[in-house]
Design a protein around this ligand. Structure first.
Ligand SMILES: [Fe+2]
Ligand SMILES: [Fe+2]
Ligand SMILES: [Fe+2]
Ligand SMILES: [Fe+2]
Length: 399
């Protein structure tokens, strides 16, 4: 399948922005600003197109380990606190093993909090820190402390003064000088404004297309599944288990291998949009208020927004983001009806319900097969879900 690497990168940026939204209550585009600035610095340092692609990818992914780290802790940890904890660097480094970099480089994420003079989290010094990690450290630090989108007037003079103080200490001279050159132009500050950062990144990201086997694409998308499933301790393994079930049902329906893999990818990514939903709503032990439910409803919309960036993912996007639509029009977010929902969208919806009911939640224990089927049969008889699929699920998953 023709696979657009830049599209995938944009989808990744969306997904990681969602995590940011959950932490801060608002999307600030921090990951995108860091990525865009890193790219501009990479250009100044004469990076080749492939190296630039990798640099932007690492920059977008730099804090991918935060969500898993915070979920592993049972209490809430603020973003600032988790930023200074080594675990998010280790988790982040491990999560991206399957990511399609041109040149897989060790320790870029692991060392993204190292200082040039060796005073960072691991105490690595100077050129022992991979150059991409150094650039990300610089952009991350400047954005967190001086706001990259405010580089003009007195504010810029002040920032330059501060950065000069750190030149050779926290950061290498070469990176500081590249940044000073970049912020001389008004284009940089304008490109990076909230309204334009998306467009700027799309314009600048190197365009690459590959012919990949669907199996390889599945491997690549597994980068997301870990980040998604670690979002909440109640839904750990949810997407992975759903993927196993879609694969079993694909065999039952004698699907060819391409359709089976596409369906598995859709299952892996179906709850991608949950990254944007705060855990206190996702894990709420009580009934949700109508307002809270409207926030939950957004998750499949966000799944669609992110996945539709990836060329070649059209069917996968449909099957993944229709999973809460219902045949009678009572689903969400589009209130689609039977005629709009193809067989695999219906299948995904049914299997998601089966998977969710058989898992433990904050407000109830897991249900056994019989109790789950009872609920699903009622839903089918009331016109919510496909009764034939419900019968097939009963045949296949009955112990
Ligand atoms: Fe970090
Ligand atoms: Fe950051
Ligand atoms: Fe969902
Ligand atoms: Fe789900």
């Amino acid at each position: 399948m023709r696979f657009s690497l830049s599209g995938f990168l944009i989808a990744t940026a969306f997904a990681l922005d969602f995590v940011e939204e959950d932490f801060l209550g608002a999307r600030t585009n921090h990951n995108k600003r860091v990525a865009y600035t890193a790219l501009r610095i990479g250009e100044k340092l004469n990076f080749k197109k492939e190296q630039l692609n990798d640099l932007v990818s690492y920059a977008i992914l730099h804090d991918n380990g935060i969500s898993e780290y915070v979920t592993n802790k049972l209490t809430r940890v603020s973003r600032e606190n988790s930023e200074n904890i080594i675990e998010h660097c280790i988790i982040g480094e491990n999560n991206i093993k399957a990511y399609p970099f041109f040149d897989i480089e060790k320790n870029v994420i692991k060392y993204h909090h190292e200082n040039y003079d060796g005073t960072g989290l691991y105490g690595i010094k100077g050129e022992d820190i991979p150059i991409k990690a150094q650039i990300i450290r610089f952009c991350d630090f400047i954005d967190n402390n001086f706001y990259l989108d405010k580089m003009c007037g007195d504010y810029r003079t002040e920032a330059i003064k501060e950065i000069k103080k750190e030149k050779g200490k926290l950061f290498s001279g070469e990176i500081c000088d590249a940044f000073f050159e970049i912020i001389e132009g008004a284009d940089y500050r304008l490109d990076i404004e909230n309204e334009y950062i998306d467009l700027s990144l799309r314009r600048k990201i190197p365009k690459f297309y590959f012919d990949f086997m669907l199996e390889d694409i599945y491997e690549i998308t597994s980068v997301f599944s870990n980040i998604i499933d670690c979002k909440s301790r109640f839904t750990k393994n949810h997407s992975a288990e759903l993927a196993k079930k879609t694969s079993i049902m694909s065999d039952y329906y004698h699907y060819n291998s391409d359709t089976k893999i596409k369906l598995t990818i859709a299952a892996t990514l179906h709850d991608l949009g949950k990254l944007a939903i705060p855990n206190n709503i996702l894990d709420s032990p009580r009934k949700l208020t109508p307002y809270e439910f409207s926030i939950i409803e957004a998750h499949t919309y966000y799944t669609r927004v992110a996945l539709s960036e990836i060329e070649g993912f059209e069917e996968i996007t449909e099957w993944a983001s229709n999973h809460h639509e219902k045949l009678n029009g009572n689903g969400y977010p589009y209130r689609k009806k039977a005629a709009d929902l193809d067989f695999n969208s219906r299948l995904m919806g049914c299997l998601d319900i089966y998977q969710a009911l058989t898992e433990q939640r904050s407000y109830r224990d897991s249900l056994d097969h019989e109790s789950t089927m009872k609920i699903m049969n009622t839903m089918a008889s009331e016109g919510y879900i496909d009764s034939e699929i419900v019968d097939d699920i009963n045949i296949i998953f009955k112990k």
